[in-house]
Design a binder for this molecule. Sequence first.
Ligand code: NDP
Length: 302
Amino acid sequence: MSATIIDGVAMSRALLEGLRAEVAELREHYGKVPGLVTILVGEDPASVSYVTRKTRTAHELGFHEVQENRPADISEAELLALIGRYNADPDIHGILVQLPLPKHIDETRVLHAIDPKKDVDGFHPVNLGNLLIGGEAVTFRPCTPAGIQEMLVRSGVELDGAEAVVVGRSNIVGKPLSVMLGQKGPGGNATVTLAHSHTRDLAAHCRRADVLIVAAGVPKLVKADWIKPGATVIDVGVNRVGFNETTGKAILAGDVDFAAAREVAGKITPVPGGVGPMTIAMLMQNTVRSARRHLAAENGKA
Ligand code: NDP
């Protein structure tokens, strides 16, 4: 039987509707709306496309939304100064620097320059440290892992005691996600395996998974016979595998052989239309929550 599709578009729409109501409430209560600045360096087509989707969504939600586009040859000092300006801006509650940055800029130094209280991507070491501690300490969950966790919970996937296998150990997806799924509490309590390019017999690990999350950036890495019948499969991969001359758009494929995998899995996410829209929704949620914290503190209610 064909797997149930986990529809990231529909799920994100519901989430954004809730956020729209929160924006209206903040406006009414404080006379202010969440403020998000997106900083894009250079003109990499994928980055431009991601930033456009983020700013469009922020705009639709009624945020105070600022776009800072800078040429690829901007110096690191100039970029750090730009971040410093928004760290000090009381109307901005979230700062997003689109990655990757050009080679001459130290990405780590840039991400560390963002005020952790405005780090809506959740990449600052303070926020990653709090994520590791878990519970009340968590301020910002990184957006892609948060979107995945939200999808699993909203789809009614049983995580408690489940075998979860995460393929890929990047700082922005696999590593934080593996921590989140293993935390004590709702949306966690899974037994997590974190696999990567040095993992021996990846297929065998995947076959054990009740919940399989793939974030490797390798098209069709996971085959249908790597999937346990009935398992939930979350495909994070976004691979540009061609170009459609008619639509003028890139042809995208995930890290899972979707057509074959959907005949084995119980639930599966498509690419596109799965994790991507949820990532953006979680960025918006982080910004709304940040605004709420900042505005409450400014108004002496924190
Ligand atoms: P990275 O390139 O930073 O990390 C890839 C990870 O996958 C590494 O840990 C690597 O192992 C592992 N890996 C690579 N090849 C294999 C293999 N053959 N077998 C096992 N493990 C392998 O990628 P990201 O985490 O940034 O992104 C992963 C994918 O997810 C990409 O396609 C990206 O475009 C997509 N993505 C999608 C998002 C969305 O919102 N939909 C958001 C972010 C990313 P090792 O560490 O050993 O090198």
